[in-house]
Design a protein around this ligand. Sequence first.
Ligand code: SAM
Length: 234
Amino acid sequence: RQLKIDVITIFPDYLAPLRQSLLGKAIERGQVEVAVHDLRQWTDDVHRTVDDTPYGGGPGMVMLPEPWGRALDAVAPPDGPGRPRLIVPSPAGRPFTQALAEEFAAEPWLLFACGRYEGIDARVAEYAAQRMRVDEVSLGDYVLAGGEVAVLVIAEAVSRLLPGVLGNAQSAVDDSFSAGPDGLLEAPAYTKPASWRGLDVPPVLLSGHHGEIARWRAERSRERTAERRPDLLG
Ligand code: SAM
């Protein structure tokens, strides 16, 4: 196995898509192992409470540290072998990028903690950081209802970088934001037929001239990036 993924959430069913498609096949082949844990199993009252009102007042609820502490201790025992890298999705986290996906893909074990409501009591990340590496990660400048969708996004971006998971390893190198196109957006792609509804595929792509095709793609890549994402040109 190349990667173990643990997810702690109050909505385990939300993570079912982890077993689909590319990641599902990687699980079948034994390259990736996924375990989803229901946070409520670590509550200690009949209502299986995971949240309470915020200290200092204000709207919404905050996730209790007690169930989270027990969950982390059970999934990654302090005296167990190895340490996971804990990823806590949060709008206040560092932006998720392809570079961060590459970093995560080099880890043997990722543990995701899904917040809901107004998030998890801040001491949980502080406690975890005493014995594992913790990254708060944001998908972007918008607010989701919970961390589950972020886990699906991060797990998919990471798993397609694992050796042998993508059918064609070169395609990950050529992707947008990757080393191939120098971190720029990838050039547009075309397939058959060469002429469709009056629109033609750029002739150079039919020329069989590898050098010219590579040059054309590099130019389109720069042009597209300048137009759509000038911030990437840095
Ligand atoms: N009160 C929080 C704030 O304004 O920063 C928002 C909490 S949000 C409603 C609930 C949970 O959704 C968060 O704890 C986090 O797990 C997840 N979440 C929301 N937006 C996210 C984003 N942009 N990236 C990653 N996770 C996000």
